[in-house]
Design a protein around this ligand. Sequence first.
Ligand SMILES: *Cc1c(COP(=O)(O)O)cnc(C)c1O
Length: 221
Amino acid sequence: MAIVENIQFIEKEIEGKGVTLVAVSKTKPVEMLMEAYNAGFKRFGENYVQELVDKYEQMPKDIEWHFIGHLQSNKAKYIAPFVSLIHSVDSLKLLQEINKQAAKHNRVVDCLLQIYIAEEDTKSGMTEEECLEILKAETLEKLPNVRIVGLMGMTTLTDDEAQIRKEFKKLSVFYTKLKTQNSEFRTLSMGMSGDYGIAIEEGSTMIRVGSKIFGGRIYQK
Ligand SMILES: *Cc1c(COP(=O)(O)O)cnc(C)c1O
């Protein structure tokens, strides 16, 4: 029951804020996801292709599946038939491959461009310059089977709140600027279990929460 209570707790926190919750269910068994599903929650995020495909096959078909991990181009074909949103597009090459695979299924796949905001260089993503290059009309024209609906970012792994806020703010400013020029922009994916409160204050519209839902602990007022 903890899973359902945790989701309800977070849903209550974000109520009326225009923020969507993605339950990050990576490494968790289907039974745990089904607990959430049976309580009416149908939006899950996974970061391994094989695991996502396995869960997709085993679970009801009205689930919204989000891919949030690093995606290798040669694996795009496995998720292209059904994925709802890919949060983690980090290169033009990957976007081209998603476009190609989505076309085979007559789909337009929603994608976010993952922007590099952390100070450490271990996190994948692209620079703002690369992002602007991709968003040029000449580039997008050739990619009719993908729709770039916003941005995603992950902060430096640190307890320094000021640092985290600064990184979220930077991404949010960039997103807001792009939104005025890109009519499809509607999603700013930032914030995880430890920092979604700050992310929402800085303008997040989608949070990706794993351990605070599936971690076992029950969150209550
Ligand atoms: C695991 C993961 C999350 C969720 O992290 P928690 O701290 O468990 O909430 C969010 N985003 C990405 C990209 C992840 O890999």
